[in-house]
Write a protein that binds this ligand. Structure first.
Ligand code: NAP
Length: 540
């Protein structure tokens, strides 16, 4: 019906905070409701009270187009997958490194066609990247996208090589001996670091580490997260900061019904935290969180603003022109006014949004005791007591051995996913990128679908034009190589065994109880039925 906008070929798709459904074009067939992998589309009659603002927001998007469809975009439209050349001597073989959304969407795009084999390599024994280890546990409907990924894994032609680290267990050059192309969808695993005095003190950390901790990522499960103080300060006000603040202030009994890790739940039950301050260096109009996330936050948590910050909101409301930002400011304007945060403890933990505070140093000698800011653009100094200071100032990509890297942007230089050597301007043959390592750490899970489609378009175009070198290794040799190099490699059956065991451990009350130690994952994977020789040969 073309009733959902912006669509991938329309302005603003890449940066859209939410999608809108045109009430004139929609025929209420409900197809989008069943198709949406994360249950983000609902009939207006099924909205909860907290979701009611979306009706007005949706309606306000359409009048400006006066009955016409939104204008065509300058963005490159999402290409139809080019037909893969069928060659008599074997399929197109692609290695995908990483198994998060960009990786799974790329695999999906490639496997829509005959004559393609995809091997997915992942460092952990479990797939799905930030959907498993990044999306907050109270956002289970978003995690529901894994059902779509599970369907992709059932496509013929896909194999998992989990618990394998590319660069350590197998090199880029070796991958190219077994594949026509290697597509990196490795995300942006590092945090941007804040370079101020005191950031090395115990009691400092990053919000993304805390996210990995409460999501049971094996490398962060044993992180010391000290919740024995009344106040936590988070620097930066993007969606990650909102996620962490929400989890730190939500009733643990509600979180107990999610897949939050047991150690985090126990720590949250003992938590003394009464206030989480989210401190932004700029004003309310520049808030980095998105409108849907703000609506969700204010519906579930107590959120307050100081009187001075309410003044900043009023100031920004006078100048704002963009509709979604105006709506954000209107929500902020309705938040409870609260005097400066001196009246702790309070009964229910709350979140304070604070503006125009530039962090200058973390206070404390053995442990964090607080943080000092200047009021942005002035010499005025403000201090806040806190026992935990977290930075949440964005992610940063990590260089991939053997490929060029743009350190400032944290991405691999590329042209629509085809890796480019900046020294020559030429493509690095057989190397592709998708997701955050291609475009930087922005956007949502769904943004990766069109991002991966563009990359696959370039890859298949190069294959069809015979620009990719034929793999020298025999089909099937990779399986033996990986078993020799990494005897505890986890395959598809192994992952399914881990998945089933986690769901079983979760019992009736939780979606799953995750393993947090790699050794436990490997024990569960070892219980999977081994493929017969016939099955293995048949799969090739
Ligand atoms: P983000 O949205 O880029 O926000 C980064 C924040 O850090 C901004 O407030 C920024 O302020 C601030 N900042 C940057 N450098 C700073 C510095 N040196 N000092 C003080 N503040 C600084 O990053 P994010 O929250 O990590 O999110 C990453 C991406 O994941 C985003 O696209 C986000 O929408 C997405 N995400 C989505 C969800 C969801 O949909 N539920 C959940 C999590 C993440 P300035 O604006 O002033 O630079």
């Amino acid at each position: 019906m073309n009733c959902i906008h912006p669509s991938p070929d329309e302005p603003g798709f890449a940066t859209a905070e939410m999608l809108f459904i045109d009430p004139a074009a929609c025929v209420d067939c409900g197809a989008c409701i069943t198709a949406c992998p994360v249950g983000a589309i609902k009939p207006d009659t099924k909205l909860t009270e907290a979701q009611l603002p979306f009706i007005e927001l949706n309606a306000s998007f359409y009048p400006k187009y006066e009955g016409k469809l939104p204008p065509t975009s300058k963005l490159a439209p999402v290409p139809d997958a080019p037909a893969v050349d069928q060659r008599p001597y074997g399929p197109l073989r692609v290695a995908i490194v990483g198994s998060g959304p960009a990786a799974m969407y790329a695999a999906d795009e490639l496997l829509t066609q005959r004559g393609v084999r995809v091997n997915v390599f992942e460092k952990l024994p479990t797939p799905y990247g930030l959907v498993r280890a990044g999306v907050a546990p109270d956002h289970q409907s978003t995690k529901g996208v894994t059902r779509l990924f599970d369907q992709i894994t059932r496509r013929r032609g896909l194999d998992f090589y989990l618990n394998v680290e590319v660069g350590r267990d197998i090199t880029h050059a070796e991958l190219l001996e077994h594949h026509h192309a290697v597509l990196y969808a490795v995300g942006a695993p590092n945090d941007k670091r804040l370079d101020i005095e005191g950031m090395e003190l115990p009691g400092t950390g990053t919000a993304t580490e805390v996210v990995a901790w409460y999501n049971g990522h094996p490398e962060f499960s044993h992180l010391p997260v000290d919740l024995s103080h009344e106040r936590v300060v988070i620097i930066g006000n993007g969606n990650v900061a909102l996620d962490v603040a929400r989890i730190l202030t939500t009733d643990p009994d509600a979180l107990a019904r999610t897949d939050i890790s047991d150690h985090a739940l126990a720590a949250l039950r003992d938590s003394k935290v009464r206030e989480v301050v989210i401190a932004a260096r700029r004003g309310p109009i520049h808030s980095a969180f998105t409108l849907p996330e703000l609506i969700g936050l204010t519906a579930t948590c107590d959120v307050v603003l100081d009187a001075a910050d309410h003044e900043l909101v009023r100031r920004d409301l006078e100048t704002v022109t963009e509709a979604l930002t105006r709506h954000k400011l209107e929500i902020l304007a309705k938040l409870a006014v609260d005097s400066p945060p001196t009246r702790l403890p309070i009964s229910k933990p709350r979140i304070r949004l604070a503006y125009e505070l530039t962090p200058t140093r973390v206070l404390g000698s053995d442990n964090v005791t607080g943080i000092e800011f200047t009021v942005t653009g002035t010499d005025e100094v403000r201090q806040l007591d806190a026992g935990l200071v977290l930075t949440s100032i964005g992610y940063h990509g990590k260089a991939i051995r053997g490929l060029p890297f743009d350190d400032a942007a944290g991405v691999v230089p590329n042209d629509e996913g085809r890796v480019i050597d900046p020294a020559t301007g030429n493509p690095v043959l057989g190397s592709y990128v998708a997701g955050w390592i291609k475009r930087g750490p922005t956007g949502f899970i769904g943004t990766n679908k069109s991002c991966a489609a563009h990359t696959v378009d370039r890859l298949v175009t190069d294959y069809n034009a015979s620009r990719l070198t034929e793999p020298t290794a025999k089909a099937g040799a990779l399986h033996q190589l990986m078993r020799d190099r990494r005897p505890d490699v986890v395959d598809m059956a192994g992952w399914r065994a881990i998945d089933a065991a986690e769901i079983d451990r979760g019992g009736a009350g939780r979606p799953r109880d995750k393993f947090i130690d790699v050794s436990d994952m490997l024990t569960a994977a070892a219980g999977a039925p081994k493929p017969t020789l016939r099955q293995r040969l048949f799969s090739w």
